[in-house]
Design a protein around this ligand. Structure first.
Ligand code: MGD
Ligand code: MGD
Ligand code: MO
Length: 773
């Protein structure tokens, strides 16, 4: 804590959007300021004061009145905007919850508890919501978990087949640093842009934002950038990027056409393909038209992607001329058949023969996350052990609504035929599925199915408002912790800056109290308080480091410690390239699999044995687009992280007429009689939402942009969401039977001006809470 005058003290803190300082007066967060060491601070920090003390903070343990009156059971009214909650004291809430957990595990087994609890929660190595929940549930017999992420499930499931599991890990965590790119790369061809607002975020909280300076430096040092993206402003002004506004969802066609040119013009690196890859013959045959009679020429791709074939042909030649990095952003795989552009991207990089060379080859994540290209943390970070889960039941994270709606039914995942468990109790802490999941009306029906829903939250999110038992959690500003993200340079302390709101508790204490009631106290706490845990986690980590680091008290007093052993730039797949026999990839062949016999053997219509163009429905020019002519891009918001702190000042400054901002091309707007500042209805056959219009010629025509994360507002009978959450519209289908990943990025819609009185926006009103009834 540092006094700054006027009774204001400044506290260092950290968040997924970076380290910063909060200014506190009278136990109230009154302001923020960037960390002096941060070269490119994020404006998202401006949300903290408004969010910390907002009316939607949860102050008391609360139980849904209908659940309290009728007991556990399916209830279609869950989430109803008029539902009432009853505030109860902590002991009453904990007794109820412990009793319910015990009832469910005894009557139905622990697999009937869904604890997947996907979500970003907050930064801080100890008070991490999911780590705490999973550790707790493991001590009481386990739970059905989730695997993979909404972020990049296709990367996680496909790439182990193509470059092996360790190769996939390195691709995600040890790509070339921006410095290495600046030094070695001539040309980056990036699918999904290099969106700077996304690099404000790094899971775990990064001490300094290095991606934007990294990109700028690379451009200054002559790295050329071609950005394939529907949005011009997906790359920074000043990088001199060339914009290829291809039709979204069609990247695979472009990639196959680039490969076609390489084979057709003798530019493909035959020696590389022979030595380091398998399946080059199948790939070549496919792109030249041998498998289906359709050569995948630039003219063929132009018909699908609506780009200039001459540009593509020339681009392929340019790529072959110098050191080229092919980057496939995560957005591109967060769509139906999302495996294909990844696989085709690797295939293109293999044909260029530069995998394993500094600054060349393939990457998946520049511009998606702040620490991608920001170095590696080889010594790991302090971590709360989760224990072992005795239950083996799991689902791919994005199949949660299917699980709740179809218990006992089979589904496919990565070559396995699995069965959805019969879940009776859903336990969510640190995530907001009623922002993040697709087709929220369907998710609402799914949440009507379980007997009990439990949510720990800091705020009355739409998810909290679907819960029967709601337990108030402290925010990261209300507890001591420390933070860093993978690749970070510094482990930072996050001292408590303000007192807990109302009766909010640290979740650690909540689980300790529940564990006591369920006979697992010792196993959960190991007889430590949270203060003792912080010390323990730090000391355990320190003991594993080669460097001599300060002991806990000195670390705390110094405000942090520099993380040692930052690896010098190791070239991704460099060892494999050097000696593929000594350092094979962990694939069946030991090489890059451009054709995978394993995947071919799964016999999935939506994920064949080699990269292929499969035409998604949610695409301009599809049959479905005749009815729903605009393609909505539901990308990440620049005003916040997902739905977090949406009521904060920075996020609110972007709203238009209290609604989430939607961008339209001026011609698409004019054709509909829509102008700047209008409220529009965005709709399709799944649902509808309101949004506020901003026109912009930074968009490709036919595309509209409505970022995710507006708090879901089901309070108006007129629309599914009166605030503008795009998941009122998206389809709840997986990428394919292989990865079953999230496909929320792209959805076809229609947009019309909302005439007449606009319903009020109620997302930021807390529910009705009664004392007793
Ligand atoms: N249409 C579409 N949908 C998408 C995407 C897309 O591209 N398009 N992207 C997807 C992606 S990549 C992701 S990762 C997801 C993100 O989805 P989420 O991770 O679910 O989104 P957040 O808003 O970060 O939710 C975190 C929640 O944790 C709460 N929280 C913060 N700190 C604490 C704490 O200490 N304890 C507890 N109990 N709670 C806390 C916050 O209040 C917030 O409600 O969204 C996905 N959804
Ligand atoms: N400020 C902020 N930063 C964040 C987040 C946040 O919520 N806020 N979320 C974080 C998380 S959890 C994740 S997983 C990452 C996600 O990182 P990404 O998935 O890379 O991010 P998005 O913003 O969803 O998409 C980036 C861009 O891809 C383009 N795009 C969309 N569809 C297509 C397509 O079919 N083809 C091509 N070529 N381009 C397309 C869009 O124009 C979009 O702006 O971002 C992280 N960073
Ligand atoms: Mo994500």
């Amino acid at each position: 804590m540092t006094p700054t005058g006027d009774g204001v003290a400044s506290y260092p803190t950290s968040s997924h959007w970076g380290a910063y300082q909060v200014l506190v007066r009278d136990d109230t967060v009154v302001g923020v300021r960037p960390d002096p060491g941060d070269p490119a601070p994020s404006p998202v920090i401006g949300n903290a004061p408004g969010a910390q003390h907002h009316a939607t903070r949860i102050g008391r343990p609360s139980v849904r009145r209908r659940w309290l009156e009728h007991g556990p059971g399916p209830d279609e009214r869950r989430g109803h905007p008029d539902d009432e909650y009853v505030a109860v004291d902590w002991d009453t809430a904990l007794d109820l919850l412990a009793g319910e957990l015990d009832r469910v595990r005894t009557a139905h087994g622990n697999a009937a508890i869904y604890g997947g609890s996907y979500g970003w929660a907050s930064a801080g190595r100890f008070h991490h919501a999911q780590s705490q929940l999973h550790r707790f549930l493991n001590t009481i017999g386990g739970y059905t978990r989730s695997r993979t992420s909404y972020s990049h499930a296709a990367v996680e499931v496909l790439l182990p087949h193509v470059v092996g599991a360790p190769g996939t890990h390195d691709l995600l965590h040890r790509p070339a640093t921006w410095e290495a790119v600046a030094e070695h790369t001539d040309l980056i061809v990036t699918f999904g842009g290099l969106r700077v607002s996304n690099t404000w975020t790094s899971s775990g909280g990064r001490a300094a934002h290095t991606a934007e300076p990294g990109m700028r430096d690379a451009a200054r040092r002559g790295v050329r950038i071609v950005s394939v993206s529907p949005l011009r402003d997906d790359t920074l002004d000043g990088l001199g990027a060339e914009w290829l506004p291809a039709s979204p969802g069609t990247d695979t066609a472009i990639l196959l056409a680039l490969i076609h040119v390489l084979f057709d013009e003798g530019l493909a690196d035959k020696d590389f393909l022979a030595r380091y890859a398998v399946g080059a013959e199948q790939l070549r045959d496919h792109v030249l038209g041998g498998t289906d009679g359709v050569p995948k020429t630039p003219e063929w791709a132009a018909g699908i992607s609506e780009v200039d074939p001459g540009f593509l042909r020339d681009l392929a030649r340019r790529m072959a001329r110098g050191r080229t990095l092919v980057n496939v952003g995560w957005s591109v795989q967060r769509a139906r058949y999302g495996e294909q552009p990844l696989w085709a991207g690797i295939a293109l990089a293999a044909c260029l023969g530069q995998i394993g060379l500094p600054g060349g080859g393939f990457a998946a994540g520049y511009g998606s996350m702040g620490n991608y290209g920001g170095g590696a943390t080889p010594g790991g970070l302090p971590r709360l052990a989760q224990g072992a889960n005795p239950v083996d039941s799991f689902i791919p994270a994005a199949r949660v609504a299917d699980m709740l709606l179809h218990p006992g039914e089979p589904f496919d995942f990565d070559g396995r035929r699995l069965t959805y468990p019969d879940v009776r109790l859903v336990y969510w802490a640190g995530g907001n599925p009623f922002h993040h999941h697709q087709d929220l009306a369907r998710l609402g029906r799914a949440f009507g199915r379980p007997e009990t829903v439990v949510v720990h939250e800091t705020h009355w999110t739409a998810t909290a408002r679907h819960a029967d038992i709601v337990l108030p959690a402290t925010t990261s500003l209300e507890r001591d912790d420390f933070a860093a993200s993978q690749g970070d340079l510094r482990l930072r302390v996050m001292p408590r800056a303000v007192a807990a709101h109302g009766e909010a508790r640290d979740e650690y204490d909540t689980y300790a109290a529940l564990a006591r009631r369920l006979g697992a106290a010792q196993e959960f706490t190991e007889d430590r308080t949270s203060a003792e845990w912080l010390r323990h986690l730090y000391e355990e980590w320190r003991a594993g480091q080669e460097a001599d680091l300060p002991a806990f008290d000195a670390f705390w007093a110094a405000g942090g410690v520099d993380i040692p052993g930052r690896a010098e730039d190791v070239t991704l797949f460099g060892a494999f390239r050097e000696d593929p026999e000594a350092h094979p990839l962990r694939t069946p062949s030991g090489r890059v699999e451009l054709y995978s016999a394993t995947i071919a053997g799964f016999d999935y219509a939506d994920c064949p044995g080699h990269p292929a163009w499969l035409a998604p429905e949610e695409r301009l020019g599809s049959a479905r687009s005749e009815e729903w002519p605009l393609l909505l891009i539901a990308n990440q918001p620049s005003g916040r992280l997902h739905s977090q702190q949406d009521m904060g000042a920075h996020s609110r400054s972007q709203k238009i007429a209290d609604r989430a901002p939607i961008r339209l091309h001026p011609e698409d707007a004019a054709a509909r009689g829509i102008g700047d500042g209008d409220v529009v209805r965005v709709f399709n056959d799944r649902g509808s939402c309101l949004a506020g219009v901003r026109t912009s010629s930074d968009l490709r025509r036919g595309v509209v942009q409505l970022s995710t994360g507006a708090w879901f507002d089901p309070s108006s009978a007129e629309v599914t969401c009166a605030h503008g959450n795009p998941n009122a519209l998206t389809a709840d289908v997986g990428t394919s039977a292989l990865s079953q990943g999230c496909t929320g990025q792209l959805v076809l819609v229609q947009v019309e001006r909302h005439d007449g009185p606009v319903p009020p926006m109620r997302a930021f009103d807390p529910p009705k809470i009664v004392e007793r009834y």
